[in-house]
Design a protein around this ligand. Sequence first.
Ligand code: SF4
Length: 334
Amino acid sequence: MKHGNISVFVPHNGCPHQCSFCNQKSITGVQYQPTPEDVDKAVLTALAYPKKYEYEIAFFGGSFTAINKDYMISLLKAAYKYIISGDVCGIRLSTRPDCIDKEVLDILKSYGVTSIELGAQSMCDEVLIANLRGHTSTDVENASRLIKEYGFSLGLQMMTGLYKSSVDRDIYTARKIIGLAPDTVRIYPTITLGGTMLGDLYLKGEYIPQTLNESVDLCAFLLKMFWKNNIEVIRLGLHYSDDLKKGMLFDNYHPAFKELCESRIFLDELRKQLGIDENTCFKEKVNYTVCVNPKSVSKLVGQGRDNIKQLEMQGVNIKVIQDESIPLYGIKVL
Ligand code: SF4
């Protein structure tokens, strides 16, 4: 059975920082602090439908282990009873690397928490300092080690295109994250929101956000790095919300960002197999038949048939054939 999250957002509550990019209201669209009764409501609503998923209760949105301890325990207690009853199979949460220690992990363990995600964001201390993260890359390493020692599933989140970062620095961060062997990774390209330090820097011309295309190039590369190391990327790009869209000062957001990156990977791989690059241009049209898994046709073709159109402009016509024997991310040129 598939995994599903019953999400409870705990926005910004108790967070002692104000990271350069963070405006929790714009990111989650929520500022309300949930109560234990809200946890019950969310779980019972999900359980009221015919069971399609193995559910986990997910406390996302801020710095869960930095909130008031009694409040944190009240939310965990509310969630834990559904673990005991067998209605949900785990509890996951996201938090900051400097808000993890043995005492906290003991509490989380005793209330059935199974997965912990850390907002690492960058493994370059200069980038962390410039973006007012308030923790170091060593904090990420120490917290990751401890989480794994306790037997929790470890998730690491990184951001690309932060202030003072670069393509090389983002690739370095991915390499360091791979070295920590997390079970899952989330990658979030930086979105420039009004009411944040990053927004002010952008308006003053001191921060230049990556364009959507640059971001797709970079994140497609990172995605391949994680795949090669058998690390699952469970999210690429922020979830859409009206507040996010309204709050953006620079539009480099795409609601199907992961699909864009996967399509870029297919285009690069196809060009490689055809022995061409993006500058190749045939005078006479050449025709190829390409087989892919039925589930990957849209990725090969690209959004709005973008990949097919780009190849056509180079003088390459592609006929796509579906073949279930081809692996999900494979391509076979006939
Ligand atoms: S630590 Fe998380 S919640 Fe706090 S300001 Fe930074 S991004 Fe926002």
